[in-house]
Design a protein around this ligand. Structure first.
Ligand code: GLC
Ligand code: CA
Length: 594
């Protein structure tokens, strides 16, 4: 695409800059600084639901090992694995009772070692989940901590002595009564838990706790893991006076409590310390934060290379689109609008245009299925819209994360009964909302669109018993659509979502401007079409995505000339009329510009 002369000029400029730049300038980040984790496509595996090897209905490490050729065949570079550490499973592994052991249901450390080496053999890197804002209440540290006020582990957690009265309210994400403080009679004190009662928050203000975390990280890095996805990492630092937080104080935080929780006094100090003491010692690893509560305004503090903290984080701005301000993931009646979605992804692309780096995801274990949430899971549109969403995900300027099963266009299971749910979030919200006298049927209906368990049902390998996931009944129901939506069928169909996904990865890999090139939004107010260009000058790609089920005519701006080189198209053809294109329902194309 680039002329020879163009290449020559660029090389010359580069060479010159090398001669003349000062050491300082050389160290500062350039927007095209290359890193493996910027170019990678990451595949997320929810181990409980991927593949069961021993017939107990729960996915496990041997199951993952048995499917690594499949994982490799996707063309992905790295796997992010949800927690597999020892855990009583109050929150499916996000409550860890031993950071150096494997959950019994998932296998043994020997299985882990085999899994890691089999991944590396195939050129797949492994990103582990690091859950250190809190541990399980069954962790040795907490068991000790709660024994007495003088126990050596007492300060590993946040305690509020009851003789000081009740601590000022702060909300918990999961607690069935809503409060993040739980009274513990043994020592007549309250402990802090931003998530469930069985997930007490670790006290990062205690240097010993930080050293414990760093040593856990080194343990896994020494085994050869390639990075961490750090669970709610912005929440780690707390103002330990635990002041009364007035609505006025919260006004500063447009995103409410999450933003407050993500703004602890020593957060960045600790992230820098972690970089110095651990990450710097393992130069090729990747540090990804779950950026709960992180705003555009402070985004750079986390990821600019010269800050020496994280490499990238997940933002949360899109996940709330179309949800009611009442909370509890209740959808609002209007749904979400494409114009708003474009705004979110554009600002999160633009914020890192010169410095820092972003990530992008459309589904994960905390979200419903991608196609049900952002596409259209009506069988008439499921395939086209899933392909369209992958075209989007894999053509943006950010590292893409793909959630297991989305590559098949797996859909929300839409439970009718609370008894079908397994997720503590849904189960405890149910109790809480009931106790408040809310009309629970409204929530039950809403959660068919938004609940986390929609995205946690077993991977659909084939149309056989239990979808090929297990020889016995799985821990959570299988989506009945597995008869038509499964890997086996799609493997053999060149037009399947699965094969389109592979092709789109190939397109991204073969066109580095889809990784590093500039992003420019076009036609921002168009309510049906998401159009943008990647790259600059004579080296540009136009991405056109019809997010609607209508056929839409899109006028090509005068300054854009489409070449005949279409990189990908989820329909057999692209209809053009003069200076317009007609896009079918959920049609997606990437085309080079002249
Ligand atoms: C993160 C995880 C979520 C978990 C929570 C508490 O948001 O992604 O699954 O429930 O933290 O650890
Ligand atoms: Ca099993």
């Amino acid at each position: 695409m680039k002329t020879l002369i163009g290449i020559k000029i660029i090389i010359t400029v580069f060479a010159l800059s090398f001669v003349f730049v000062s050491d300082y300038a050389r160290q500062t980040e350039s927007k095209s600084d290359k890193k493996w984790w910027k170019e990678a496509v990451v595949y997320q595996i929810y181990p409980r639901s991927f593949k069961d090897s021993n017939g107990d209905g729960v996915g496990d490490l041997q199951g993952i090992i048995s499917k690594l050729d499949y994982v490799k065949s996707l063309g992905i570079d790295a796997v992010w694995l949800n927690p597999i550490y020892a855990s009583p499973n109050d929150d499916n592994g996000y409550d860890i009772s031993d950071y150096r052991d494997i959950m019994k249901e998932f296998g043994t450390m020997a299985d882990f070692d085999v899994m890691l080496s089999e991944m590396h053999k195939r050129g797949i890197r492994l990103i582990m989940d690091l859950v250190v804002n809190h541990s399980s209440d069954e962790h040795k540290w907490f068991k000790e901590s709660r024994k007495s006020r003088t126990n050596p582990y007492r300060d590993y957690y946040h305690w509020w002595p009851a003789e000081k009265g009740k601590p000022a309210f702060r909300p918990s994400y999961f607690d069935e009564e809503g409060s993040a403080w739980r009274y513990d009679s043994i020592t007549n004190a309250y402990y802090l838990h931003y998530f469930s009662r069985k997930q007490p928050d670790l006290n990062w203000e205690n240097p010993k706790v930080r050293q414990e975390v760093y040593s856990i990280m080194k343990f896994w890095f020494d085994k050869g893991v390639d990075g961490f996805r750090m669970d709610v990492i912005p929440f780690i630092s707390k103002d330990t006076s635990f002041p009364v937080i007035t609505p006025d104080m919260l006004k500063k935080y447009t995103g409410g409590w999450a933003e407050y929780y993500a703004d602890g006094p020593h957060l960045h100090e600790y992230l820098k310390e972690m970089r110095r003491e651990v990450l710097d010692k393992y130069p090729d690893v990747m540090a990804l934060g779950e950026g709960a509560g992180v705003t555009l305004a402070n985004a750079h503090k986390f990821v600019d290379a010269d800050r020496k903290e994280l490499d990238m984080f997940f933002h949360f701005d899109a996940v709330g689109l179309g949800l009611s301000p009442k909370g509890y993931k209740l959808p609002d009646d209007k749904g979400w609008s494409l114009v708003d979605l474009k705004k979110v992804y554009t600002k999160w692309s633009d914020v890192f245009a010169q410095k820092g780096w972003g990530s992008i995801y459309l589904g994960n274990h905390d979200q419903p299925r991608m196609v049900s949430r952002w596409g259209n899971d009506d069988p008439a549109y499921r395939e086209a819209s899933a392909k369209m969403l992958f075209t989007f995900l894999l053509s943006m300027r950010a590292t893409p994360y793909v959630y297991y099963g989305d590559e098949l266009g797996m859909t929300n299971i839409r439970f009718n009964n609370i008894s079908d749910y397994r997720d503590i979030e849904t189960l405890n919200w149910y109790k809480l909302l009931k106790s408040k006298g809310e009309d629970i049927s409204v929530y039950l209906k809403g959660w068919q669109l938004t609940a986390r368990d929609n995205g946690r049902t077993p991977f659909q390998w084939d149309a056989g018993t239990n979808a090929g996931f297990s020889t016995s009944l799985p821990w959570i129901k299988i989506n009945p659509d597995y008869i038509t939506v499964n890997e086996h069928l799609q493997e053999n169909d060149p037009q399947s979502i699965l094969n389109y996904f592979r092709k789109m990865i190939h397109v991204r890999k073969g066109n580095k401007i889809l990784v590093y090139g500039d992003y420019k939004l076009l036609d921002k107010d168009n309510p049906q079409v998401y159009a943008f260009t990647r790259g600059s000058g004579s080296n540009r790609v136009l991405v056109l995505l019809n997010f609607s089920k209508e056929t839409v005519v899109w006028n090509i701006p005068d300054d854009l000339k489409l070449s005949s080189h279409i990189l990908i198209n989820n329909y057999p053809e692209l209809k053009t009329f003069g200076h317009a294109v007609s896009l079918n329902a959920y049609q997606a194309i990437c085309v080079e510009l002249k």
